[in-house]
Design a binder for this molecule. Sequence first.
Ligand SMILES: [Zn+2]
Length: 311
Amino acid sequence: MALFRPWRLAMGGKKEMYNADALAGVPLKPANAADLAPDFPWPPPFRAAMFLSFDVDAESAWTGDDADTAKLLISMSYGGYEARIGTRKLLELLADLELKATFFIPGWTVEAHPMMCEAIAKDGHEIGHHGYHHLMPHPDNSLLVEEVERGLEALQRVLGVRPKGYRAPSGEFTAELLALLQECNFLYTSSFRDDVRPYRHRLADGRAGTIELPVSAGFDDWSLGLQTRTSSRQIMSTRDVLPMWMDELDEVRDWGAMLTTVLHPQCSGRPNRFRLLRTFLQQAMAYKDVWITTGEAIADRFREHERLTGA
Ligand SMILES: [Zn+2]
């Protein structure tokens, strides 16, 4: 699928792999300078947390990689599923289960589908920032600042929301973006894959950055078989995915850790995926010791720990 093209470019071919000059430029230090995640208790009676989050990309998931896709109506219709059916069904599910979640929404989606996004906000869910055109952050992305500013403007104008959380479109990040989000007073980010507990970022100049709520790769429904004609990935069934998700949740409970879902209404709003998600959430709720909540709630808990410990 075309979504992976930027990574391929970034990775380069064999010529780039064996480039000694380029390799000499790789810093000899950890890529992430953040301190280790602190250990603190979740609110009683919870022993683990689930950051329940959705990315409402709609058509921008496809045009963010190639704007010309806008002319391809069937390709666009995969994203259009979110506004016609997927998001509404997920909102019904959350209302039935009395759960609150975070919805990361690109500015384009808010402007193109205001009624869908107003319904999310009206149900009391948290709204997060997810770029404007869903452009993957990259050192070559000259629109990085515009993506953040335009996304903020659209969320404010259409929904009256100033988001506290940010998730990177297509899950990539740069040091410049980390600094920019701190300048824009974001409370938390949720994109990194390097932990199972919240931690605080450290910027390149040593200052404290946003709180990171790391995502769990196994809970990204794009990687579990998106339903497209061109995807090379197999569509996985509930029988494949549910045991994997329950294994991760059970171990996360033993570790006192958190997991973060990265679900998309154009995937998890499809009937088979919807059934999987409903079953998973019901089983997680039956434990009664998993804090299923928003990013803001988890970030606030982290901040409270910092306040109590003077961190
Ligand atoms: Zn996205």
